[in-house]
Design a protein around this ligand. Structure first.
Ligand SMILES: [Zn+2]
Length: 472
């Protein structure tokens, strides 16, 4: 695509239903209608509805999934269809390693009618513990409906141009042209949409912005760290993306400074998506606030403390999910390796559980010489004071051992000694420990194999590999 796309700046924000939604579109609309009712229920009523679905899933798993047949027998769950929350909490967590070990014992030998064809997807994780997960046409339909729900919640204009910049295999959607689709995908089963354009983000910010100026998007979706670089590049070079109405992020933790940068560069907000290829949508950003609503109609989510007890609002714990619609390969109490803070009730009136923020993974924690693990909580603000020290383009902190923090930097020029001293002071103050700080200057900070970028990595006492966040 070398031609400039026509502008999509309709002043009319009203969404138009295409003349005849497809059969899939009608099914998606029906799900959206149910969602619209359920999201207004009280948290207690939503939980009761979830336990009805859990009962069906568990009864199915106890009859047709060898792994769970054995497990439920062992845990003496007499009546899986009427499992109580207390019984539920006795079931052990399943992690990525457990999925690998169980293999086909996690597959259902007999799918109930109505779930449709089975497909398999592979997820890689960040350091290579791939798992293969089965999905069904029904679970895919719920996935598509939730994509549509995100667009509707955030009142997007379907006639606009959606630009997606993702990490893709070499040569795919490559600069300078990228690729173009006529529609936004599944949502076009319901609404007539404008085009979607894609670019492989493995090119420079200057090239990405050159492409963005040509495709002139209404919406821009990419990884938070890439969004941050783009916004800063545009700020530094006085570039406005005139048609841009909103940005969307996925697949990494969203730092508050990304929101600030998008406002400063383009005067637009950010809407974040928390999802995983293997479990589908986990939570969507509330249309009225920066926090997230768990997609509780299709997924039961627990945030657990170190003893396995549910966290209360304000507490950070391990995220454990159970997708409720995937009967081909039930993932019951799946520990996806993320940590999140539970939020209080949302003033928007939706009863869906609130996650205040997703804080990271085990490897994102710093380890002190005494063995104590702490969140680095770089996302809690104050990264601006770090970036203000010198001409820093990209950064990454790596804990090499119990004494040394390596600061990896991409800089515009060599740092002065006072700037290095200021960085040392900032790091030791931030981590609240007198670490020895070393510097490595690089041209670029690499992403992981799945395209993610991490700002803090601990190489100490690496725990078992958890699932990477949100492989969409
Ligand atoms: Zn809300």
């Amino acid at each position: 695509m070398t031609k400039k796309l026509p502008d999509h700046q309709p002043s009319n924000q009203k969404k138009k239903v295409s003349a005849v939604p497809t059969a899939k579109g009608r099914a998606m609309l029906s799900i959206i209608h149910q969602y619209g009712i359920i999201e207004k229920w009280s948290p207690e009523k939503i939980l009761a509805g979830q336990f009805q679905k859990i009962g069906k899933l568990l009864a199915h798993a106890s009859k047709t999934v060898p792994y769970f047949q054995a497990l439920l027998e062992e845990h003496a769950i007499a009546d899986p269809a009427n499992v109580t929350p207390d019984e539920w909490r006795t079931l052990p967590l399943l992690d990525r390693q457990g999925i690998q070990a169980a293999g086909t014992n996690l597959h259902s030998t007999s799918l109930p009618p109505g779930h449709g064809r089975i497909t398999a997807i592979h997820t890689s994780g960040t350091t290579g513990r791939p798992v293969r997960v089965l999905r069904t046409e029904l679970s895919n339909l719920y996935w598509c409906a939730t994509t549509l729900r995100d667009h509707l919640w955030h009142r997007r204009n379907f006639r606009g141009t959606l630009a997606v910049m993702r990490n893709a295999e070499k040569g795919k959607d490559a600069y300078p042209d990228g690729s173009k689709s006529r529609s936004w995908g599944a949502s076009s089963n319901v609404f007539k949409t404008g085009p979607a354009v894609s670019l492989n983000l493995n090119c420079t910010p200057a090239e990405q912005v050159d492409w963005l100026r040509r495709v002139n998007p209404t919406y821009l979706m990419t990884h938070p760290t890439n969004m941050y670089r783009l916004a800063n590049y545009c700020l530094d070079n006085g570039i406005r993306l005139e048609s841009l109405k909103q940005t969307m992020t996925l697949s990494e933790m969203l730092r508050p400074e990304v929101r600030d940068a998008c406002q400063a560069a383009w005067r637009v907000g950010v809407s974040d998506i928390y999802s995983g290829r293997d479990v589908g949508y986990v939570a969507l950003q509330c249309p009225e606030h920066d926090h997230y609503h768990v997609q509780a109609e299709g997924l039961y989510l627990e945030v657990l403390d170190e003893d396995g007890n549910p966290c209360q609002p304000g507490e950070i714990g391990r995220v454990v999910v159970t997708p409720l619609d995937n009967f081909a390969m039930p993932l019951i109490r799946y520990d996806i390796g993320d940590f999140a803070e539970v939020g209080g009730p949302c003033p928007c009136g939706r009863g869906l559980l609130v996650l205040k923020r997703i804080v990271g993974r085990v490897q994102d924690m710093v380890i002190l010489p005494g063995g104590e693990r702490r969140w680095t909580l770089l996302s809690a603000g104050n990264i601006e004071s770090f970036l203000a020290i010198g001409p820093i383009r990209q950064y990454q902190f790596v804990q090499k051992d119990l004494q040394i923090i390596e600061v990896r930097l991409v800089v515009d020029r060599d740092l002065t000694s006072p700037e290095k001293d200021a960085i040392r002071d900032w790091v030791t103050a931030r981590l609240d420990h007198p670490f020895s700080v070393t510097f490595v200057f690089v041209d670029d900070i690499e992403r992981t194999s799945s395209g993610k970028y991490r700002d803090f990595i601990s190489e100490v006492d690496a725990p078992p590999e958890p699932l990477s966040r949100s492989e969409v």
